[in-house]
Design a protein around this ligand. Sequence first.
Ligand SMILES: [Cu+2]
Length: 212
Amino acid sequence: MKCIKYTLLIWVIVFISGTYAQKNFTVQVANFSFTPRDITITAGDTVTFMWVSGTHTTTSDSTTGPDAWNSPMNSTTSIFKVVILYPGLHSYYCIFHGGPGGVGMAGTITANQKAPTEVRESNTVLTYNLEQNYPNPFNPMTTIDYSIPENSLVVLKVFNVLGEEVKTLVNEVKSRGRYSVSLNASELTSGIYYYQIRAGNYISVKKMTLLK
Ligand SMILES: [Cu+2]
């Protein structure tokens, strides 16, 4: 019984640590600017608007529902945090010094969809390993599996035949485990591509074919 409990506990911990780590972005609100003005985040991340000077608002009515917000920004309300839940473009502006058209004090938050990365196995013996994508050839979706035996910074990138980087699929510290990451190549042209993983001292490259 005890053993079953511990096994479950390990699975739960691995599951939680394998999910996307939420990040926080800060935008400074001053006379008469948002800095940085345009940011790119992942849906689920938090954006903190930090008051610097003047009297402003940070307002978004570009979406209806939880991602629309309106907050006064003056010295008494100096920090406003919003969790961006939905992928897409979220325009924001200051009511006093700008407007929804992007005139004056206005900016954008581009929220990308969370990468569907997940831990598949964990309590088995693991080595650093990059597996062949499947299906291959593919159009436009394919899956790449990899495993890491210890917590590591994992960088997984896609390159074209000229060695130019075309996509970053993973760039974060991952806990020990086996992972699956999807590649959507809908905006790439047919041809041979390479995907490379760097984790710890491990580097591996594999070839794949996009056939449209
Ligand atoms: Cu303003």
